[in-house]
Design a protein around this ligand. Structure first.
Ligand code: HEC
Length: 309
């Protein structure tokens, strides 16, 4: 059975846990380009943070149930200018983050949607937030998780990682982008299955360190995050064959966590190697089914327009 951890699904989770009208075709089919200083060669911390940034598991409450992560509002470190939740947004790209939908603790009892800022170049900012109150990215990130989105107190390593990732987000233009475009206006790219798969393969690399250091708690944490990434891909497929392959991957990740708990490290490392190979050379059925899946904007448009599921 496929049991995605914490309902880590942006399409179906949002249907169940957010007010109708919260899903928007544009934000589900386009993504701003990610520009990291240093490209894809990053430290373990930055890579772990990158995965955590994309994992609903880091947040709590309805945000987590709806499959939202930092990435939902700050896609690839930029701002989601289409994000809109009826009742919490006054205009696209603006959202009330101190609302009871997210957290009873963080609710300020006022309707005060704020513009979602881009995090590009956040490393160089001395004051953060609309009120410019906080200077520390670490403290801001902790407050986002615990106060705004009702998440559990993040362990220090997780916070360090989220900060390290955000600090890699370059302020500059994307390669090839004409300088006439204002900074922050980064070109968008269509969201394709191949890209999600590549991202997943890259994120699998995060598991190497906890498996090498034989750290079961961290192995568990990371496998849960990785399974949510599998969940995001899975929910876009409507055919059984590709779904089963992705369910298999999720089971493999679960298996790695179980082996880690039993201190069977060499086996756990072998299983990761095998899974990486599969993700790098995916079964043909996945690739051939992708154009017929909800990765196709037209298919997704129709799917979104169906009133009841
Ligand atoms: C539901 C949308 C949403 C989610 C999810 C979200 N943010 Fe934000 N973020 C916002 C909004 C809106 C602001 C502006 C709030 C403010 O100014 O206080 C903001 C502001 C920020 C800032 C301040 C940037 C600046 O220059 O002032 C940082 C840093 C940040 N978010 C990081 C994160 C991280 C890390 C996560 C995940 C743990 C996250 N956000 C999740 C909407 C979101």
């Amino acid at each position: 059975m496929f049991a995605p951890p914490a309902l880590a699904q942006s399409l179906r989770g949002a249907l169940d846990w957010l007010p109708p009208g919260s899903l928007n075709l544009h934000e589900l089919t386009q993504r701003p380009q990610e520009i990291q200083a240093g490209g894809e060669r990053q430290s373990f911390f930055a890579e772990y943070g990158r995965l955590a940034f994309r994992s609903p598991d880091v947040l709590g409450g309805n945000a987590r149930k709806a499959g939202l992560s930092c990435q939902a509002c700050h896609p690839n470190g930029d701002a989601n200018r289409h994000f809109f939740i009826p009742g919490l947004s006054d205009r696209p790209g603006r959202i009330d983050v101190t609302h009871s939908l997210w957290s009873a603790k963080g609710d300020d009892g006022r309707a005060n949607p704020l513009e979602i800022p881009s995090l590009r170049g956040v490393k160089g900012r001395h004051r953060l937030g609309f009120d410019r109150r906080l200077g520390s990215l670490r403290e801001f990130t902790r407050n986002v998780i615990v106060l705004e989105f009702d998440g559990a107190e993040p362990e220090p390593l997780l916070l360090d990682a989220l900060v390290a990732y955000q600090q890699t987000l370059a302020p500059g233009l994307a390669p090839g982008q004409p300088p006439s475009q204002a900074p922050g206006q980064v070109p968008e790219q269509p969201l394709r299955f191949e890209d999600d798969l590549r991202d997943f393969t890259r994120a699998l690399g995060v598991l190497r360190l906890p498996l090498a250091e034989e750290n079961a708690a961290l192995t568990n944490r990371v496998t849960v995050m990785l399974r949510s990434q599998v969940g995001f891909m899975h929910e876009r497929f409507e055919e059984t064959a590709p779904q089963q392959i992705l369910e298999g991957w999720s089971q493999e990740l679960r298996g790695i966590a179980v082996l880690a708990d039993a201190s069977r490290w060499p086996e756990a490392r072998d299983r990761l190697g095998a899974l990486r190979q599969q993700a790098e050379q995916p079964p043909a059925v996945l690739m051939t089914a992708a154009p017929r899946s909800l990765y196709d904007p037209e298919k997704l448009r129709i799917w979104l327009s169906k009133p009841v599921r």
